[in-house]
Design a protein around this ligand. Structure first.
Ligand code: SF4
Length: 391
């Protein structure tokens, strides 16, 4: 919708049209429908028209692409916040075709297509096998039922990144059988997991253990995890003392209904999970001078992380042989870690006085570095020592 979108996980938002039909419990409080109504657009439901836009609007991604090219960075575009790209309606076909052309014309943008209708993808895309490299394809998984229904459809497609959005998370989700490649069925695994609670009027609470489970499964599989928000309900132990709001207890955890989702930060167990996959080797931004490397922790005890040279060394080692976490710990210590201007790995900041958190942090870094190393190796066509291709 607007340049510099405030959605944390994207830089821009683009809508090929407005309007949709609700398809599952995640749609119950669809903010897009509320927003459309509030702005006088009756575009929801099977009989309502959709809202389309002119050439000026469609030219915006071309400008973003040029800018991204000039800046030497890739930008993510979330498509679409006010619709579902894979809704099945005759009058959308022409606009979907226009969208596919636009995606092909903007190679410096990564297009995030998130759908609740992955069963329609195969019939609606013009690329039976070779998808453009700048598409990240995702589906919403609000509970186990929709994980089991939607993920097999998603994983049949060879998009550069396949992701799932567990938001709003309405129940526990076990990703075990989906998160890793299923060689029997010839399906490759998931590349990115996003979690988050529901915001807005009538929001339903997300039990913290649901979020922890998908985080832990993603982490143990070396897959990036992004925690977007708690939403309107947050566990009391994640809130500043004295935070007011209606309380409820869910499976032994006291949750508070917040006046605003901004009353709580995006941390889960003290860590901001801002991990992203890397679909391409990330180019250096030559228009900016590199920042001076920081060698000592700042006074407030919040420790930025890892020097660029140790990460580069690690990645080289990774390419040579599959490093274990123990081996990684042997070559890594806090004195060698400073803040990187290193776009391939996003790392949380945390207080290093807490040894347990620091250990978890090291593990997180290791897993992200492995994922990044894999994406570089994949992009460069580097093979494992036994000659097989890396995923
Ligand atoms: S699919 Fe998305 S846009 Fe459509 S009704 Fe559901 S939540 Fe709203």
């Amino acid at each position: 919708m607007a340049k510099n979108s405030s959605i944390e996980w994207t830089h821009h938002t683009f809508n090929p049209w407005w309007g949709c039909i609700k398809v599952s419990p995640a749609c119950q409080h669809c903010y897009a429908e509320t927003f459309a109504k509030r702005t006088g657009n009756e575009v929801w439901g099977p009989n309502a028209p959709r809202r389309f836009f002119g050439e000026d609007y469609w030219n915006n991604p071309i400008k973003w692409d040029k800018q991204a090219n000039m800046d030497g960075v890739r930008r993510r575009v979330f498509c679409a916040s006010m619709a579902d790209v894979f809704e099945d309606r005759d009058d959308l076909e022409e606009w979907r075709g226009k969208l596919w052309e636009l995606i092909e014309k903007t190679p410096n943008l990564d297009w995030l297509l998130l759908t609740k209708r992955p069963e329609n993808i195969g019939d609606m895309i013009p690329w039976p096998t070779d998808w453009p490299e700048n598409i990240w394809l995702g589906t919403t998984v609000e509970n186990q039922k929709y994980a089991d229904e939607r993920l097999p459809h998603l994983l049949q497609h060879k998009a550069t990144v396949r992701f799932l959005s567990c938001e709003p998370m309405l129940g526990p989700v076990d990703l075990e059988k989906w998160i890793k490649p299923n060689q029997e069925k010839g399906l490759e695994g998931i590349d990115w997991v996003i979690g988050g609670g529901e915001s807005g009027p009538g929001a339903r609470p997300m039990h913290p253990d649901w979020a922890r489970t998908i985080r832990d499964q993603a982490q143990s599989a070396g897959i990036p995890f992004h925690f977007k928000q708690w939403g309107k309900w947050a566990p009391v132990d994640h809130l500043p003392p004295g935070t007011k709001g209606t309380k409820t207890v869910i499976n032994g955890v006291e949750m508070t209904l917040l006046k605003s989702k901004k009353s709580v930060d995006r941390s889960l167990d003290g860590i901001i999970w801002d991990e992203f996959p890397n679909s391409y080797p990330v180019r250096e931004n030559t228009s900016e001078k590199p920042k001076e490397e920081e060698t000592t922790p700042p006074d407030d005890g919040v420790f930025p992380v890892f020097p660029e040279h140790s990460i580069a060394a690690f990645l080289n080692l990774y390419r040579e042989w599959e490093m274990t976490l123990d081996e990684f710990n042997e070559i890594t210590d806090a004195s060698r870690l400073t803040h990187p201007d290193f776009p391939g790995i996003s790392l949380p900041t945390l207080e290093i006085h807490d040894n347990e958190k620091f250990d978890r942090f090291l593990t997180t870094f290791y897993q992200q570095a492995v994922a990044y190393g894999k994406s570089l190796a994949k992009a460069e066509g580097i093979k494992k020592a036994d000659g097989t291709k890396r995923r």
